[in-house]
Ligand binder design. Structure first.
Ligand SMILES: Cc1cc2nc3c(=O)[nH]c(=O)nc-3n(C[C@H](O)[C@H](O)[C@H](O)COP(=O)(O)OP(=O)(O)OC[C@H]3O[C@@H](n4cnc5c(N)ncnc54)[C@H](O)[C@@H]3O)c2cc1C
Length: 411
């Protein structure tokens, strides 16, 4: 019997299990084991809605044991410390795990690019806990501002800085603005809402650089209309507990500082350096296997295709699941002595929501912004959730949100 270990229970790991399991169900020849540091799958695209109270936190998570539940040896919640491809084993906090075939789907983690104070003084935006911290800090600062007499202190408390003008930063800025100008404006009458500010900082010359420039412009115009200040070509030089220092602009003081600026591969430090490619991902072949190790498949954000030539694949859930489905077929081919095939990514489109009832998106050659895009995005992402239970819960959250106030309790 061969043991297939899937490292990482995110978009790529779960999709690979689902697709490969369908092909191998009932076969006595294989058993699966999933290893991940959280016991649940997290649906990141709705994290900004959790951070602003539109969606409940446990409505976008699902226990891995519910999803990975057939032909499985076990699902292990533990931190992987080392991947030893020579000995075919993982070294984890709970001991060693041997494999015959390995799937590495460990994703990425925040990268502070060595900026002083960023790690200590900014909240990242990559987990449920991060979303809860953002929500709590925002509401806590409104509570404090409501009883603060000093105008300068109030302004600092009510200031939010988001570093990173990619999809996560843009989505979050839009949602926070929405929350401030609806529920928080109504509930905190003692606070002058004009003292609240949101600043979105990016080192590049436009927001949403993976999209067409016209959509970047539409996103910027929408955010500015929502009261968000956008700073482009702005290099963050340091962060403190009071604010962020930007080259040429000095220190901008803000109570809430969110780091949404960059990610690095989660396998840095877990594998031998020679297995890494130029950007820190695992050096991967076009058939999604680790270079020199055909028994190891690499998928999702951690994959960096470099052989026989470099291929850029975006770090999105869409690409991660496409890679996973392809790798599942290739692993099946390997197990049944058939040739593996190269992966080719064809984007189905990208949509970024900005506050309520507005999104920018490109679908093939078509580019749109506005309500229709926002509705399409909601529909598409709802379909991508694994369980009917989560889909129903999120739908109910959205209905409640349309009919009544968001919950602004500080949890
Ligand atoms: C806020 C946010 C919003 C996003 N919105 C969108 C969107 O709208 N559309 C879109 O297409 N994409 C979006 N993305 C990107 C998308 O979520 C990622 O591209 C996708 O999750 C990649 O899948 P993955 O399986 O490679 O990694 P992940 O889904 O991150 O899964 C990796 C898993 O490995 C686990 N892990 C990591 N290191 C270890 C370790 N050492 N030991 C054990 N387990 C470990 C992690 O905890 C995680 O469960 C968003 C991302 C974020 C952060």
């Amino acid at each position: 019997m061969k043991k297939i270990v899937i490292a990482g229970g995110g978009f790529a790991g779960v999709e690979l299990y689902k697709t490969l399991h369908k092909k191998l169900h009932g076969s006595p020849a294989v058993r699966f084991q999933m290893v991940s540091d959280k016991n649940y799958f997290l649906f990141y695209p709705m994290l900004h809605e959790v951070a602003t109270g539109s969606v409940e936190r446990n409505h976008i998570t699902q226990p891995l044991r519910e999803i990975v539940n057939c032909c499985v040896e076990t699902v292990t919640e533990t931190q992987i410390q080392k991947i030893d491809v020579a000995q075919k084993k993982l070294v984890t906090d709970s001991g060693e795990i041997n494999y015959d075939y390995l799937v590495v789907a460990l994703g990425v983690r925040p990268n502070y690019f060595g900026i002083p104070g960023a790690h200590e003084n900014c909240t990242t935006f990559k987990s449920i806990d991060d979303a809860v911290v953002v929500r709590n800090q925002l509401i806590d600062h409104f509570e404090k501002a409501a009883r603060e007499k000093d105008a300068a202190v109030r302004k600092e408390l009510l200031a939010t800085i988001i570093i990173g003008g990619g999809p996560s930063g843009v989505e979050l800025a839009g949602q926070i603005s929405d929350l401030i100008h609806t529920e928080l404006r109504e509930l905190y009458q003692e606070v002058d809402i004009h003292e609240a500010s949101i600043t979105l900082i990016d080192a590049g010359d436009r927001l949403l650089r993976q999209m067409h420039p016209s959509l970047s412009a539409a996103a910027a115009a929408r955010l500015q209309k929502m009261g968000v200040t956008i700073m482009l070509n702005a290099k963050v030089e340091g962060c403190t507990k009071n604010g962020v220092t930007v080259a040429g602009s000095g220190e901008l003081r803000a109570g809430l500082r969110v780091w949404a600026a960059g990610m690095e591969s989660s396998v840095r430090g877990l594998v031998a350096a020679e297995l890494l490619a130029a950007h820190g991902g695992l050096a991967t072949t076009a058939s999604l296997q680790l270079v020199g190790h055909p028994e190891v498949f690499v998928i999702g954000d951690v994959a960096e295709i470099v052989f026989p030539e470099k291929v850029m694949v975006p770090q999105t859930a869409q690409a991660a699941t496409a890679e996973a489905a392809h790798a599942a077929q290739n692993m099946y081919n390997l197990l049944t002595h058939q040739p593996v095939r190269p992966f080719k990514f064809v984007s189905k489109g990208d949509i970024v929501p900005i506050g309520d009832w507005f999104a920018v998106g490109q679908l093939g050659a078509f580019r749109f912004s506005g309500r229709i895009m926002w509705i399409i995005r909601r529909y598409v992402f709802l379909q991508r959730m694994w369980s009917l239970r989560n889909r129903t819960k999120v739908c109910l959250d959205w209905i409640m949100r349309a009919l009544m106030r968001r919950d602004t309790s500080r949890l």
